[in-house]
Ligand binder design. Structure first.
Ligand SMILES: [Zn+2]
Length: 726
């Protein structure tokens, strides 16, 4: 069950799809209610292919070992097991012959003879439950045979000490449907290792594959959706002694194949479990395709029914292998690979008598337009569908047969976005790339935005945003790499995100989608920011005013570090009132000091979304310091202050707002003033070290040759600010 929970975590729509199977199962159970213990007199045979994927000789188990496993399945699912006598009398009346049996395939998907065993040599020392890699030739395993026609059982070296695992009906992609068993626990006797040497690992996993849950319902006293199994507390291990009560029952049914006990101590499925298993094999059940499988009909038996082909490319034939096809054949191949936009069919061999033909349709049914109808011995031309679905039909009449045909198809796929694009410039627009359509599943693509040299950052504003909430994400990073330390924000869902600004002249946009459910996607406008904000110290000398983090209606940037020193001339108190507040809780802080420096007493330190209280200084200086860390930003904050100070400075000549950065400075101190003004700098001893005109806008004061220490800047002979040179 652990694997199912992992898959659900990857793709929650599995729950919906399994719920559809459960609804059909419950309807079937209701319809069977009047013959709860009745025999169906309809034994269902399931064709099996066993894929042995081996690296060592020991992993390459023998045909006889495989045969012994098929025998165990046939005994256990038909209640022909010798240890059936060990079922306690308490449970004898519910023990069931499931009337399900298994055969090793005699016909492969191309119609050729087979012993139902494939052998694939691999370089992998072990396979992973989570990667499911044993099911893919491209990953060192072996591709499944059509999973609606065969029960695929892979036998390999499984990592993690796991005996085996199964995919529930509709519990994952068709390509991974089946059962995987570790080679040490497959078959009876021979090379199998105790206490899992009686083939019951496969009995248990095939039970899951036929929709059985664990006997304890995977929860404390949980529900396994079967009424004739007692509620039990949890799994049992080893070989308990009967009775073994829990959850108020007389005894756990620890000898059920769906418990975790040793192979030698298991011996039954119940009537209720039988009904659940047979529900998925009913004509409207998820595994109904097996009813029409020709997997256990030796070649030469003709073809019938419809096979659905969902791989991007593949090969199929009339099913007769090296022999002639049968009279009165009527078989179909529905080709519909996911994301396909067109399909091209090419014949490798073709030999049909007149009166027998292959008809190709541009759609999913025989009412779709025909792409061609072919007979005779000339290899037909390739045909291409106008969309992502093609139907191929083969019909033969009652007289005369020939070799038949082999055909292969390829498809053009509308693949999800992938890779990295670079964009540069002062502004531009990027989108998920799907235009008016929905984006694709499994998207994984990045855009690196580079602003012109000298830019302070990049402002990013979404004008459209729709993704599958919680699964499909657009993540914004500072810099040009995916690095969680530099993540700005991650967005998902249908709410238009706030405007976000990077703290660096490069930003990375990363779009990822999971493997199901898509939406319209998104559009992002970006603009380079020429002027930095929230840098250095801003000195405020007006008796009252307002302050914000500087980001306007955007989020503030990562790694912000700026200060506001409020020093109205003549003030003996300053009162600060926040009007909005939203910072990353516990990471991005506004700190307020009762004085001009950070060594003054701290009036308060604030983060999160709670509005700080009104703060009041005990003297004429109040220092506000705002810092943000390197990830996650928020809308920011705003505040206003009042004081009992006065402005004695002439309004014409004197700037009311001055900004200094960086603080501390190293080579240059940038001084910004709104109006050109005379300036001077004194060192800590009061000695004049610089004097000059500061033009409006920004001025870079060279300080690299100055000794480290505290300096005092005066502008217009009145307002003053301290700064540190390092
Ligand atoms: Zn299990």
């Amino acid at each position: 069950m652990e694997r199912l929970q992992y898959l659900i975590q990857q793709d929650p729509t599995i729950l919906d799809r399994m719920a559809q199977v459960e609804a059909q199962t419950q309807a079937y159970i209701a319809s069977e209610r009047h013959q709860p213990h009745g025999r169906t007199n309809n034994v269902i045979t399931i064709p099996v292919v066993v894929h042995i994927v081996y690296r060592t000789a020991a992993e390459n188990i023998s045909d006889a070992q495989v045969q012994s496993q098929i025998e165990v399945l046939n005994e256990d699912f038909r209640r022909l097991n010798a240890d059936a006598v060990n079922t306690p009398s308490l449970f004898q009346s519910v023990a069931a012959d499931a009337e399900i049996q298994f055969c090793l395939a005699t016909r492969d998907p191309l119609g050729n003879p087979t012993n139902g065993i494939t052998r694939t040599q691999t370089t992998k020392t072990s396979f992973s439950v989570y990667a499911d890699d044993v099911k893919f030739s491209s990953q060192g395993g072996k591709d499944a045979w059509p999973t609606d026609q065969y029960l695929n059982i892979w036998v390999c070296n499984l990592g993690g000490g796991i005996l085996g695992y199964a995919q529930f009906p509709n519990g994952g992609p068709a390509a991974t449907d089946g059962v995987v068993i570790d080679y040490r626990y497959f078959g009876r006797g021979g090379s199998a290792q105790a206490p899992y040497n009686k083939g019951r690992t496969a009995t248990h996993e095939v039970g899951h594959w036929l929709n059985l849950r664990h006997i304890w319902g995977d929860a404390y006293c949980g529900d396994d959706y079967v009424s004739d199994t007692p509620v039990q507390e949890g799994p049992n291990y080893g070989c308990p002694t009967f009775p073994h009560p829990s959850c108020g029952n007389t005894s756990d049914m620890f000898m059920n194949y769906m418990d975790y006990t040793d192979d030698a101590c298991m011996n039954l499925f119940t009537q209720g479990q039988k009904t659940r298993m047979r529900a998925v094999l009913a004509p409207n059940g998820f595994r109904a395709g097996l009813l029409n499988s020709l997997g256990c009909s030796p070649p030469g038996g003709g073809c019938s029914g419809t096979q659905t082909l969902t791989a991007a490319s593949g090969t199929f034939s009339d099913g007769s292998g090296s022999g002639n096809y049968q009279n009165n054949s009527d078989c179909r191949w529905l080709i519909q690979p996911p994301n396909a936009t067109s399909i091209t069919l090419t014949f490798q061999s073709f030999n049909l008598l007149s009166g027998d033909s292959v008809i190709v349709y541009d759609g999913s049914t025989t009412t779709a337009p025909r792409l061609g109808a072919f007979s005779g011995t000339t290899i037909p031309p390739s045909v291409t569908s106008s969309g992502g679905v093609m139907l191929v039909r083969f019909v033969s009449n009652a007289s005369g047969t020939a070799d038949g045909f082999v055909a292969s198809y390829t498809s053009t796929l509308n693949l999800p976005c992938y890779g990295t694009q670079t964009v540069s410039g002062a502004s531009g627009t990027i989108t998920d790339g799907s235009g008016p359509n929905n984006y694709q599943d499994n998207a994984d693509c990045k855009w690196i935005i580079t602003a012109p040299p000298g830019s302070a950052g990049i402002r990013m504003e979404f004008t459209q945003f729709r993704t599958e909430a919680g699964y499909d994400f657009v993540t914004l990073y500072d810099g040009n790499a995916v690095n969680s330390n530099y993540m700005i924000r991650r967005f998902s869902g249908t709410t238009l995100p706030p405007i976000v600004t990077s703290a660096t002249p490069q930003a990375l946009v990363y779009f990822t989608t999971d493997h199901s459910i898509t939406d319209a996607g998104w559009t992002l406008n970006y603009t380079a920011i020429s002027q930095p904000y929230c840098q250095g110290t801003t000195i405020l000398t007006a008796p009252s005013g307002t302050i914000t983090d500087g980001s306007g209606n955007s989020d503030y940037t990562n790694r912000a570090n700026c200060r506001w020193l409020i020093q109205p001339p003549g003030a003996t108190w300053i009162e600060l009132t926040f009007s909005s507040f939203n910072t990353e809780s516990n990471y991005d802080f506004v700190r307020v000091y009762d004085g001009a420096t950070t060594s003054a007493p701290l009036l308060g330190s604030y983060s999160g979304t709670t509005l700080p209280p009104v703060l009041r200084s005990s003297g004429g200086s109040l220092l506000i310091v705002f810092t943000s860390d390197s990830s996650i930003t928020r809308a920011g904050w705003s505040a206003s202050y009042t004081s009992n100070g006065t402005t004695s400075l002439p309004t014409e000549a004197i700037p009311s707002e001055v900004r200094l950065y960086p603080v501390p400075c190293f080579d240059y101190l940038t001084i910004e003033v709104p109006i050109s003004a005379p300036g001077e700098v004194l060192d800590a001893t009061g000695k004049l070290v610089w004097q000059g005109m500061i033009p409006s806008g920004g001025y870079q004061l060279p300080v690299q040759t100055w000794p480290s220490g505290l300096y005092l800047l005066r502008i217009g002979g009145h307002s003053a600010a301290r700064f540190v040179k390092e």
